[in-house]
Write a protein of this length. Structure first.
Length: 335
C-alpha cells in the first residue's frame, strides 16, 4: 500500500506594523464615521507602515524571521520561498529573492505569485506540490502586502478597508494523516475592472496622465465584489466538502479571507457553521490582502489541535477565488 506524502504546516510567523490607523483617525481624513465603518465592514482599526523605507519585502522578512525563531528553523535548510503579493517592492525584482537575501537564506530560491487576496492559497498549493513531489524539503509560503502604498486616502470607499501586514508558514513533508488534503480554485478575468489598480503595469505604464487621474490607486465596485465573494467562497468550500465526502459540521474551523465581516458571516451561515468555528481578526487588521489568511493562522495557532480540519477560503481581484482543506499538524517548538 502506497503511503500518501502530504505537505504539512510546521511553523508559522506574522508581522503587523506598530502604527494603528483607527476609524476615529479616518474620521479626520475623509467624510466617514466609526459607526458606519464598523456596521458596514466590521473593521475598527488597521495597521499601517509609517516609514517610507519599509517595503513589502521587509514585512515579509519580519514574518519569516518570527517563523524561524519560534519554530527553531535553520535558515540554511530552507529550499524555497514563495511570496504572494500585489504590492511588490519593484516591478522587475522578485520580492521573494529580496526576502531570501534579507533573511540570510543561502540555499533558497525565491519567487513571487500574484492573485491578490486569493494569492496566499494559490501559493500554498504551489508550495505543497513541491513538497509532495519530493523536490523540496522545506518551503516557506508568505502572504504580504503594503496596501497603504496603493490606497488613496481621500477615497472614503477604499481607504477604510485596507491595512498592511505579512504572514508566513513553513511546509514540510509528512507521512502522517495531516497536512494539505485538497484545493479547488477558479478565476474569471471578466471581473477585473471591479477590483483593480489600473496603472503601473504594461497595459498603462506610469505617465503624467495616469498620475493626474490617480490610476495607481486601488479601485473597487464594492457591491459587485461583495456578492461575488460570498458566492465564490461558499461554492468552492462546498466543492471541497463534496469531493472529500465531508459535511460542513465536520469542519472544525473556517479561516476566511478577511475582507468584510458581513462577507465572512454570510459564508459561515451558508455553510451552517457557528460563530465560534469562524476565525475573525478583521476588526484589528482590516484587509491585508494576501496576508489575511496566514495572519489568522498565526493569531489563532494555539486554538488548533492535531488533526483539526481547517477550511481556508478567499476571494480577490482577477477575479480569483478558491478554498483549501487541510488537517492541522504539530508545530515545531524551540528546544
Amino acid at each position: 500500500m502506497r503511503i500518501r506524502k502530504n505537505a504539512v504546516i510546521t511553523a508559522v510567523g506574522g508581522y503587523v506594523p506598530d502604527t494603528v490607523l483607527s476609524n476615529l483617525d479616518l474620521e479626520k481624513m475623509v467624510d466617514t464615521n466609526n459607526e458606519w465603518i464598523v456596521a458596514r465592514t466590521g473593521i475598527k482599526e488597521r495597521r499601517i507602515v509609517n516609514d517610507a523605507l519599509i517595503a513589502t519585502s521587509d514585512m515579509a522578512t519580519y514574518a519569516l524571521n518570527r517563523l524561524m525563531e519560534d519554530g527553531d528553523v535553520d535558515p540554511d535548510e530552507i529550499d524555497c520561498v514563495i511570496v504572494s503579493t500585489s504590492t511588490p517592492d519593484y516591478v522587475m525584482v522578485s520580492t521573494g529573492s529580496m526576502v531570501c537575501e534579507k533573511a540570510g537564506l543561502k540555499n533558497a530560491w525565491g519567487i513571487d505569485t500574484n492573485a491578490a487576496c486569493s494569492g496566499f492559497l494559490y501559493a500554498l498549493t504551489l508550495g505543497a506540490s513541491m513538497i509532495e513531489s519530493g523536490r523540496c524539503k522545506k518551503v516557506v509560503v508568505i502572504g504580504a502586502d503594503k496596501n497603504s502604498s496603493i490606497v488613496n486616502y481621500t477615497d472614503r470607499n477604499t481607504c477604510i478597508l485596507f491595512g498592511d501586514g505579512a504572514g508566513a508558514v513553513l511546509l514540510e513533508q509528512t507521512e502522517e494523516p495531516v497536512g494539505l488534503m485538497d484545493s479547488f480554485f477558479r478565476t474569471d478575468g471578466t471581473g477585473k475592472e471591479n477590483l483593480i489598480v489600473t496603472a503601473g503595469g504594461s497595459r498603462h505604464p506610469a505617465s503624467q496622465e495616469t498620475l493626474d487621474e490617480k490610476l495607481h490607486y486601488v479601485r473597487q465596485d464594492g457591491r459587485v465584489v461583495f456578492k461575488a465573494a460570498i458566492n465564490g467562497m461558499t461554492n468552492t468550500c462546498n466543492e471541497i466538502l463534496k469531493s472529500n465526502d465531508l459535511l460542513a459540521s465536520q469542519i472544525d474551523y473556517l479561516i476566511p479571507h478577511q475582507a468584510n465581516l458581513r462577507i465572512i458571516q454570510a459564508v459561515g451561515e451558508q455553510l451552517g457553521l457557528s460563530e465560534t468555528q469562524v476565525k475573525v481578526n478583521i476588526d484589528r487588521y482590516g484587509n491585508t490582502t494576501a496576508a489575511t489568511i496566514p495572519l489568522c493562522l498565526w493569531d489563532f495557532k494555539d486554538d488548533f489541535k492535531y488533526g483539526d480540519k481547517l477550511m481556508l477560503t478567499a476571494f480577490g481581484a482577477g477575479f480569483s477565488w478558491g478554498a483549501t482543506y487541510l488537517k492541522w499538524g504539530t508545530l515545531r517548538k524551540k528546544d
